[in-house]
Write a protein that binds this ligand. Sequence first.
Ligand SMILES: NC(=O)c1ccc[n+]([C@@H]2O[C@H](COP(=O)([O-])OP(=O)(O)OC[C@H]3O[C@@H](n4cnc5c(N)ncnc54)[C@H](OP(=O)(O)O)[C@@H]3O)[C@@H](O)[C@H]2O)c1
Length: 413
Amino acid sequence: MTTQNSDQKSVSRRGLFGAAGKATLTAGIIAPFRRLGGVAWAAETAKTYKKWVITKPVTDNKITTEHFKMLELPMPQIQQGQTLIKVKVINIHSGVRSRMGPKGSTKVGDTDMYNYGCAEVLQSRDRTFKEGDIIACLAGWQSHQAISSNDGPQVGYVPPSELVKELNGTNSPWSYVFRPVMLKMHTPEVLMDVFGTSGTTAYFGLRECGPLMPSDKVAVAGTTGSVGAMVAQIAKAKGSYVVGFGGGPERAKWVTDTLGINKALDYRAADLDAQLKAAFPDGIDVYSDGVGGPLSESIAKLMKPNSRYLSYGTSAAFYDDKPGTTAQQTGRIFGMTDSVFKIIQERNIKLEAWQVQAHYQDRIEAENYLSQLINTGRLKPVNTVVEGIDNVPKGIVSQYESNVYGKLQLKFA
Ligand SMILES: NC(=O)c1ccc[n+]([C@@H]2O[C@H](COP(=O)([O-])OP(=O)(O)OC[C@H]3O[C@@H](n4cnc5c(N)ncnc54)[C@H](OP(=O)(O)O)[C@@H]3O)[C@@H](O)[C@H]2O)c1
């Protein structure tokens, strides 16, 4: 079902579903060097484009392929200040299910616009973008889209700082043209996985926590997921002792086999506390927390005085189906419960909790650092790729079926 090889530069699970929609899994490796820049792109001749919309709200977190419907619509005609893009790859986030809920931002008849995407510019009447550019932007579940560099942040995100606007040349932290060198080195999948927030969150998080030392004992939650897989590998590259986690023995084994870190524990194991104690006999120096909930409560108990805590997310809440559990009660942005906060205060733990765009003026610094790690074989992009726009519903539903490693991506072109 999976192919993971610790000698490979990147790990990718592609074609989660075959062309006929069969749930087959095959694995492949993303070619680390594929030139995209400078290519003469074919002008768009299609008269229509495909777009998935939702048919009904997702209730009680029970998402199925019946919640989606495909529309075939006339190709957008761009106005002055607009750009027509062809969407190549979009990242799927665990929050998509709640955005499709009765109170969510994606309404019946709408596509979900809040996906980080990589796209090719087909036509432009916007001075920021030119034909052939490969860009990052917010994209829907659709093959084509009209965008503008004036589009602001969407779905509850704060506006970008002046420095980020200057860097991107747009009004959004998420819209920018990739530098040619990035296109030369990385595929669209890697651009959206490592550089489309997973790697950058990991990089800024560890940077803000202070330099990692070989003597540091580091716990990394969510290590089968997109950000955690990056944090674990960066910490390993720094020479620290790194322990990760997976939901079940098979997923924990994947972590050590694929990421090559010191140890990985099954966070669902009945004797997790004892296993944690054995893994960290002298306590924890750094905890990278993208999950919150019960695992974080267990880990926090082992943190040393003056240690460092990076809190960037709350996957436990996003993936938990049962209302009323500890995970569900934690905040949707950062997953710390009261007991974890108490430990943080009592032990004078340095807490870093923010969203990645707070550091996005340093995006190029992160891109350079992470590219260097990839190019020297110390960082593997990790993603699960579902190919073909027809497979959007199955791909999104698979996010909640525990068969995704790293970033789930939908690849359209
Ligand atoms: N602050 C920021 O700027 C920023 C940036 C990016 C992401 N985030 C947030 O960070 C979080 C993680 O993002 P991601 O993209 O890495 O997520 P992801 O790829 O969906 O991975 C989720 C991870 O959480 C683990 N997990 C799920 N339920 C768990 C539980 N109850 N206890 C322990 N672990 C559990 C999963 O393990 P198994 O699948 O093996 O069970 C998996 O490793 C999300 O909340 C996201 O919104 C924040």
